[in-house]
Ligand binder design. Sequence first.
Ligand SMILES: Cc1cc2nc3c(=O)[nH]c(=O)nc-3n(C[C@H](O)[C@H](O)[C@H](O)COP(=O)(O)OP(=O)(O)OC[C@H]3O[C@@H](n4cnc5c(N)ncnc54)[C@H](O)[C@@H]3O)c2cc1C
Length: 362
Amino acid sequence: MRIIIIGAGVIGMFSAYELRRAGLQVTLIDRGPPGKHSSWAGGGILYPVLPWQFPRFMFPLITWSIDFYRSFCEDLASETGIDPEFVSSGALFLGHGQDAEALDFVRSEQIKAEHLDAQKLRFEEPNLSPQGSAALRLPEVAQIRNPRLIKAMMVWLRDHGVEIMSEAEVTGFDAPTPRHVQALHTTMGKLSADAFVLAAGAWSGDWVARHLHQPLAISPVRGQILLYHRAPGYLRHIVLSPRGYLIPRKDGSILCGSTQERVGFDSEPTDEAALKLADTAAFLLPELGNQRPEAHWAGLRPGSINGIPYIDRHPGFDNLYINSGHFRNGLLLAPASACLLADIILKRDSAPFSADPFRLYP
Ligand SMILES: Cc1cc2nc3c(=O)[nH]c(=O)nc-3n(C[C@H](O)[C@H](O)[C@H](O)COP(=O)(O)OP(=O)(O)OC[C@H]3O[C@@H](n4cnc5c(N)ncnc54)[C@H](O)[C@@H]3O)c2cc1C
C-alpha cells in the first residue's frame, strides 16, 4: 500500500514513522524544507501548560507519548547520532502551590507532585525571582529539543526508505470516482497513491476549505519565543507562570515563551512581542534583564477547538485521512496521534485510547 502524507512537520513525520514501521510505502511531502514551521519553532515542553484545564480524556495520549519518547529518543540517538535531548527536568508551576484545581488534578490523575514553599523554591532555583513565592512541582515533566528531534527523525525516515519530497506544494487533487482520491496535484507534478494523509499544521483548515469546500476548525495562532544563554544548570526546571514560561536546555540555553496571537498566516516575529517576552524573562530571572536575547523567532500553531486535534478518515472519502490541529501540544502528542492514525488506516486496534474524541464530525 502506498501512502502520501501532506506536511512534514512533527505530525507528518511521526505519521510516516508509524506507517513505515507497519510496512507501508510512504512519501512525505512539504512545500518548504521539512520541519521548519511550528515543529521547529515550538518550545518542546512535553506537558500541557495548564494541565488541570486540559481535557482529561487527553491524558492517556499524553502518558503514552511521554513513555514512548523516553525509550524512542535513546534508540533514535544511537541510530542517527543526533540526540533529541529528552530530559525529565521537572516543572514548577508558579502561583499554583495550593491551588485547589491543581491539587484535585494531581490527585485524580495520580501524578507525582510536591508543594514548594518560598524557602524550598529558593533552594531549588536560587536564580528565580523572589516574586514567585510558592510553586507546585511536577518532577516528571519532561522536555525535548525539537529542532534536534526533527533532524534525527529525518535521518531515520530516509534511512528506512521513506521518500521525502521538499519544496513541493500540494495544490489540489483528482477524485474521478466518488469517495476516492486518486492523485495529488503538486508543484512537482501529479502523485498517485492508495491513501493520503493531511498533516499540514496551521494550513490544514485553509487546505480543506479551498479544496474540499468544507469548514475544518483549524486556524493559525502565532507564538513567539526569545532565546537566552547562561551557564548550564543556571535554571534546572521548566518554569510556568501566568506571564509565560522558561525552558532550560542542557547547554545553558533558556527559552522564554510564548505569545498567542491570531494574526492569520503572518509568521514574522515582532518587536512588541520581543519586549513583552523580555519583560517576562526579567520578571522570572532578574539577571536576564541585563542581557540581550540571542535569538527571537515565531511559528504558527495549528489552533483547534479546545486544542483537540482531528485524527480521522475524512467523511467524504474512503482514502483521505487527517491528522492535524494539535495547537499547543503537537510535539507532546505526535507519537500517540500517529499511533491512532495508523490504527484507523490499517483497521488495527493497538492504541490503548479511543479514537472517538478525535473524529472530524463526532
Ligand atoms: C512558540 C511555540 C511554542 C510551542 N511550544 C510547544 C511545546 O512546548 N510543546 C508542544 O508539544 N508543542 C508546542 N508547540 C506546538 C507545536 O509546535 C505544534 O502543535 C506542532 O509543531 C504542529 O505540528 P504540525 O506537523 O501539525 O505542523 P507544522 O510543524 O507547522 O508542519 C506543517 C507542515 O505542512 C506544510 N504544508 C502546509 N501546507 C502545505 C501544502 N499545501 N503542501 C505541502 N506542504 C504543506 C508546511 O510547510 C509545514 O512544514 C509550540 C508552538 C509554537 C509556535
